[in-house]
Unconditional design. Sequence first.
Length: 322
Amino acid sequence: MPVLTRRIVMHAFQSILVDVDATAAAHPAFNVACDLAARFGARVTLVDVMPDLPPGPENIVVRRLERELSEQRVMALAALARSRPDVEILSTVLHGKPAIAIVQEVRRANHDLVVRSHARDLVPGRLYGAVDMQLLRTCPCPVWLIGPEAAAPSPYILAAVDTGSDAPGNDEMNRTIVDLALTIGEARHATVTVLHAWSLYGEELLRPRMGEQIHEMLEAVRKAAADGLAALVRSFGERAVNARMECVKGDPRIVIPRYAATQKVDLVVMGTVGRSGLAGFLTGNTAEAVLRELRGSVLAIKPPGFVTPVMLPEHVERSVGV
């Protein structure tokens, strides 16, 4: 049966899953994950996913080639693992559809975080690939997609929250987003900004009807948004003493990508799956629109109670007792 997302506290990370292309020349996801693991004493599981062969008649030559490619990747992963003796690293080659294989491994081994290179390459400005989007929709633990700016000497982290919603679980999601941003900020000596985009519902319709009163309404909404944002950040005490706060008027689908681009943000921490629709399959409209515009790294979390639709193979389900 599906599992529920756990409440994540970054400083308690115990197991990080890193998905790499073992044949690539550079491994930014591996480097980021190992630095994080070394900081918090976490284990790292290093994987590469080989797609299954298409169905068809058995072909000895093709099967032999598949074994050789798998063995090459096993050796490449082992060599990469040996390059970080300061971290406990297991390595393995997974088989199957990449996103499904990764989520199944998360469920099987109870990993706390998935780290993966942005579209598995280092091309600046590259949009997220199909596997990235599937992980953002279905992975039960946070997913960190690493962009080409991963090695920035003084990274800038943006925590995108929504303090104006009273949806169930929204407060917990906001706290998790800020917690993750602050923890990574502490580990990487980064600048952290917590941003909330606010708006007056129906402003365009109200403006011609309300006259000068519209300004009072806008100010009341702005103040409530600013107060809610300040209360959220204050709740983290000294951990957030250096965190910046930005309460920006506008649609979050526009505000967040624009802020990330103009301020040269290296990492956006945000929620992904909304509560509407079929849990695990549909990314919330706002989050989907933001992701389409972002070009840097993203650390995405699921709301409390999220259920992944990805099932473990039946024999694994029984062996792990789920």
